[in-house]
Every structure is written in C-alpha cells, then in structure tokens.
Design a protein around this ligand. Sequence first.
Ligand SMILES: Nc1ncnc2c1ncn2[C@@H]1O[C@H](COP(=O)(O)OP(=O)(O)OP(=O)(O)O)[C@@H](O)[C@H]1O
Ligand SMILES: O=P(O)(O)OC[C@@]1(O)O[C@H](CO)[C@@H](O)[C@@H]1O
Length: 306
Amino acid sequence: MIYTVTFNPSLDYVIQIENMELGRINRTKKENIYPGGKGNNVSVILSNLGLENRALGFKAGFTGEAMEEMLKEYGCQTDFISLPEGNSRINVKIKSNKESEINGQGPEISKEAVEQLYTKLKSLTPDDVLVLAGSIPDTLPKDVYEQIMGCLTEKEVRVVVDATGELLKKVLKYKPFLIKPNQYELGELFGVNIQTEEEIIEYAGKLQNMGAVNVLVSLAEKGALLLSEDGKIRKMKPPKGRVVNSVGAGDSMVAGFLAGYLNTKDYEKALELGTAAGSATAFVSWLATKEEIIGKLVRPASEYGL
Ligand SMILES: Nc1ncnc2c1ncn2[C@@H]1O[C@H](COP(=O)(O)OP(=O)(O)OP(=O)(O)O)[C@@H](O)[C@H]1O
Ligand SMILES: O=P(O)(O)OC[C@@]1(O)O[C@H](CO)[C@@H](O)[C@@H]1O
C-alpha cells in the first residue's frame, strides 16, 4: 500500500479572474474547489493511475470534512486524524494575467495528535511506501519528518520526501528512497543560485552523498533530471503544450514517478511517467486524468503497467 501524509491539507479554491487588480473588487469568471495539499495531490494522481493508496494527515472543521469526502470521490482511501479546533485551510489559487497563490496557516496540531499519526505509521511494513509531502504548520518542530523516518528505520519502508529546506535536509541521513527538489529548492538547500546543468548534477550528487537514494530534480518547462541509485544520470525533456495551471505539477511528477517505478522497477520509465504526469497536469486546469497522462507518454501505456 502507498500511504501519503499531508500535515496541512487544504481545500484549494481555484479562481479565474480576467485582470486581477489589487485594491479593487475583482469578480471571478470561473471557480472550482478541489482537495489540496501535496500528499493529497500525490494520492489523487496515484488513484487516477490505478494505484491503491491511503491519504493520511490531519483534518479540522467543515473544510477538513469536505476535503476528505472529495478525496474519497477521487478513489483515494483516507484516514485523517481529526483535530478538535479550527478548520483545515482554504488555499486560494488565482489564475489571472499571472498565477498567484494564497496559502493559509492551518489549524494547530497538538503533540498528542502527532502521536496518533506515529501510532498509525507503526503498522507499516517493508512492502509499503510512505510519501511525506508538503510544508508543516509553524507550530510543529522542523524535525517532524526526521522523527517519523527515525521511527520507521527498522521497518525498511521506502519513504518519498517532497519538502524543502531543513525539513528535507534533516531526513537525508535516513536514506529516503526519493526526494524531488525543484531547481530553486536545490540551490536553496546549499545557499547557492543554481544555473547550469553541471551545477544541478553537482548539487543533486551532494544530496545523494548525504543519503538520498534517488534525487529527481524537477525543472518546470525544461523537464527533469534524475540521479538514480544505479549511478546513472538521466535527463527528460517535457512534452510540448500550453501551460494552463502549474499548481500540483510537482506532486503529479512524484506520483507518476512512483507509479512508473512500482509498476516496472525501471528508472527510465519512472522518469518518463513522472515527466508525463507533471506536464499533463501543467497543461490542464487541475490534476491530470489517466487519459491525459497517457497522452503525454513516449511509449505505449502498457509499457508502464498502465
Ligand atoms: N511549463 C511547463 N511545461 C511543460 N512541463 C511542465 C511545465 N511546468 C511543469 N512541468 C512539468 O511538471 C514537472 C514538475 O514541475 P516543476 O518543476 O514546476 O515542479 P514544482 O516546482 O514542484 O511544481 P509545483 O510546486 O508548482 O507543483 C516538470 O518536471 C515538468 O515535467
Ligand atoms: O503550503 P504548502 O504545504 O507548501 O503547499 C500547499 C499547496 O499549495 O501545495 C499543493 C500544490 O503542490 C496545493 O494543492 C496546496 O494548496
């Protein structure tokens, strides 16, 4: 089973505004509400691709209930811990002349609630995969992903971490199966501004030396670069298309890569499916469907176990 954990999930309120102007009443042309948060998005894409998964994390209030119900409608299994106060956040995604986002703070998560999550994770086995994705609320310590991985070392669960800064750096010693920084996040980890392919390879290599088994660097319209455990460096250009929405492209890439790897055990195909899923999402209004992802693949879908 694949488990995703989203500490601070959301409802994503996606609105289209013709010419957004600050300091004015702006009226939308279109609006939609989706279940959001990085782990949840990974779950939705995994479900779209036919992989069984369970979304874990914390929910609060009516927004939390709606978020969980929507995830179920997408075919995800869910097992969120209910928080006694507050509401899961509503993140606003504005599509106008530019894309802008307003992400909420989210409810407070107590130590007891985090303990409840640990208890759930203790039942994982080496056959399971755990995806830790997204930011954590300010009220939690920056080592919470590290603590989770520390508890799981004996279990030999494969763990995917899609996070930034200290949250990511601190887990490397536990040898995460996959990490997926984007170009900016990779530079941020080392306090440098990465420009060239040589620099991407150099710094992704440092992350491998620090413990990451596979490092997938997403490069938006330039595709992605993978340093895999077999010592190979692979590059993948994205398919051509018009970008409609970049929210969730990175999460789709993580899910596509995981699906490709679990279905084929082939890193080349994992990278291809990851890139196809990322781009397919970027080219449509929200997370891509299986058909939309298949439409971006370089080989027949059956070669990826789809
Ligand atoms: N403009 C684009 N054109 C084509 N493909 C894209 C574009 N933007 C994103 N993608 C696809 O999605 C993948 C992930 O995108 P990106 O590098 O922007 O991840 P990210 O920064 O984690 O994204 P986000 O945080 O917005 O979800 C890319 O590797 C690529 O395959
Ligand atoms: O505030 P975080 O946890 O960094 O990001 C949350 C978020 O922006 O990430 C997803 C897209 O990747 C959205 O569904 C969600 O609203």
